[in-house]
Design a protein around this ligand. Structure first.
Ligand SMILES: [Zn+2]
Ligand SMILES: [Zn+2]
Length: 153
């Protein structure tokens, strides 16, 4: 799998990295994009465009939800952020580009990252490889998170 430019970014160096990414991908590092990207890097909850918009609204009063949609789409296209696969209607995004897996709570829809290094090192079964070109292989575990389980009792 092609390693993304954005794979080793922490909030602290996010802005510098963003400029580098923009220079390499040829997209313009506008102030708005920079702020949206910064918010994405800070978020570890895999937000939707709407949630991101709510968070940015105060600091960016002229921002529109449409701009957020378009910016996220541009980022995704350039592998600066990625879409999290869920079975829900709303698209969730993340800026964490290194390989990891997701636990998704079916009740509160919280998405939690986890690592599984032995899985990552393993080759996919021949059977899968014969099906076509593999673009990504990551695991989604669904369940009921601990908070929701506790609240049920
Ligand atoms: Zn939950
Ligand atoms: Zn994630």
């Amino acid at each position: 799998m092609k390693q993304s430019l954005a794979s080793k970014i922490t909030p602290r160096n996010a802005l510098d990295s963003f400029k580098t990414i923009c220079a390499k991908t040829g997209i313009k590092a506008t102030h708005q994009r920079l702020q949206i990207y910064d918010e994405m890097v800070k978020a570890n909850d895999h937000p939707t465009a709407e949630i991101l918009f709510e968070r940015l609204r105060e600091a960016m009063p002229t921002l529109s939800l449409d701009t957020v949609y378009r910016t996220l789409a541009t980022f995704e296209q350039h592998h600066i952020i990625k879409r999290v696969k869920t079975d829900r209607h709303k698209t969730r995004y993340e800026a964490k580009m290194n390989r990891h897996h997701h636990f998704i709570c079916q009740e509160c829809e919280t998405i939690t990252d986890f690592n599984w290094s032995s899985f990552d090192k393993d080759k996919l079964p021949e059977e899968v490889q014969r099906l076509g070109t593999i673009i990504d292989h990551s695991i989604t575990v669904s369940g009921i998170c601990r908070d929701c389980t506790t609240n049920r009792d």
